[in-house]
Design a binder for this molecule. Structure first.
Ligand SMILES: NC(=O)c1ccc[n+]([C@@H]2O[C@H](COP(=O)([O-])OP(=O)(O)OC[C@H]3O[C@@H](n4cnc5c(N)ncnc54)[C@H](OP(=O)(O)O)[C@@H]3O)[C@@H](O)[C@H]2O)c1
Length: 258
C-alpha cells in the first residue's frame, strides 16, 4: 500500500529510542522529512544518523518538551527547515508510580507537563501550519491505561493518558473543518532493547512469563515497530476517514469495549 506521505514533514517527539524512534523509522521509510527531538544530544545524534539510511531529510533538535517554549521552538525549526508541517507525533512520555495518597503536587505537575501539557502546547504551535497542509495529522501516544484502569500506583499516569485521549477527540471535532485529523494510539506492554519491559524481563524472566500468560492473549510483548506501523498508517491520507479515534495496539491486553 502506498501511504502517500513521501515528502511530508513530520515532527516526532521522544524519538531517540523505543517507540518514538520506531515511529521515526516508519515515517522515514515512507519518505517523510523529519524533525525529531529528545533531551540527550548523543542518543539523538545516533538516531538521526540511523534514520538517514532511507535517504530522506532528517534533523534532530535536543530539547526538553516540558519547557514552556519547546512546542514553539519545534514548530519554528520545522518551518525554517522545510517550510511547513504536515504531521505531529507527540510521543515523549513517562510514568511516576506511587500510591495516590503519597503523591505530591510536584509529582502531578511533572507528569502532567511531560505526558499532557507539553503535547498540547506543541499541537497548538503546529496547528496553523497543519491547517495549510492538504493532509494535516496529529497523533498522541497514549496508553491502554488511558482507556481503562491501570491499577494501584498508576493514578498520575492513568489520569494524564486519559486526558490526552479526551483532548484529541475535542481537537478532532474542532479541526475537522480544516481537514486536520487528530487521533491517539494506545499501546499495551511494548518490549524493546533497553526499555522498561526489557529490563523487567531480564530481572524476572519467570514472573514476566506469568505476566504474559495472565494478561496478553496474543502471548508475547508487542514491539515498537508494531506501534510504529499503526502510527505511520494513521498519519497518512490512507487513514483519511479516521479522526477522533483512539486505536489500541496491545495484543488484546486491554479489556475496554470502547
Ligand atoms: N513502552 C511501553 O510499553 C508503553 C506502553 C504504553 C504507552 N507507552 C507510551 O509510549 C511513549 C514512548 O514510550 P517508550 O517506552 O518508548 O519510552 P522511553 O523508552 O522512555 O523513551 C522516551 C523517549 O522520549 C524522550 N524523552 C523523555 N522525556 C523527554 C522530555 N522531557 N523531552 C524530550 N524528550 C523526552 C527520551 O529521550 P531523552 O531521555 O534523551 O529525553 C526517549 O527518546 C510514552 O508516551 C509512553 O508513555 C509506552
Amino acid at each position: 500500500m502506498d501511504l502517500g506521505i513521501e515528502g511530508k514533514v513530520a515532527i516526532v517527539s521522544g524519538a531517540s529510542r523505543g517507540i518514538g524512534l520506531a515511529i521515526a523509522h516508519g515515517l522515514a521509510k515512507e519518505g517523510c522529512r523529519l524533525l525529531v527531538c529528545a533531551r540527550g544530544q548523543e542518543s539523538l545524534d545516533a538516531a538521526v544518523d540511523a534514520l538517514k539510511v532511507y535517504g530522506t531529510d532528517v534533523h534532530g533538535l535536543a530539547l526538553d518538551v516540558t519547557h514552556p517554549d519547546a512546542g514553539q521552538t519545534l514548530a519554528a525549526r520545522a518551518q525554517d527547515l522545510y517550510g511547513g508541517i504536515d504531521i505531529l507525533v507527540a510521543n515523549a512520555g513517562g510514568n511516576r508510580r506511587g500510591q495516590f495518597e503519597e503523591t505530591t503536587d510536584q509529582d502531578w505537575e511533572d507528569i502532567l507537563e511531560l505526558n499532557l501539557k507539553s503535547h498540547l502546547r506543541t499541537a497548538r504551535a503546529v496547528i496553523p501550519s497543519l491547517k495549510d497542509s492538504e493532509s494535516g495529522s496529529i497523533i498522541f501516544i497514549s496508553s491502554i491505561f488511558g482507556r481503562e484502569a491501570g491499577g494501584a500506583g498508576l493514578s498520575i499516569y492513568n489520569t494524564t493518558k486519559s486526558a490526552l485521549i479526551s483532548a484529541a477527540k475535542i481537537m478532532a471535532i474542532e479541526l475537522g473543518k480544516y481537514g486536520v485529523r487528530v487521533n491517539s494510539v494506545a499501546p499495551g506492554s511494548i518490549r524493546f532493547e533497553g526499555g522498561s519491559w526489557d529490563r523487567r524481563c531480564k530481572e524476572d524472566p519467570e514472573g514476566m512469563k506469568q505476566f504474559i500468560a495472565d494478561n496478553i492473549p496474543l502471548g508475547r510483548f508487542g514491539s515498537a515497530e508494531e506501534v510504529a506501523d499503526v502510527v505511520t498508517f494513521l498519519s497518512s491520507p490512507r487513514a483519511s476517514w479516521v479522526s477522533g479515534a483512539c486505536i489500541t495496539v496491545d495484543g488484546v491486553q486491554s479489556h475496554s469495549l470502547i
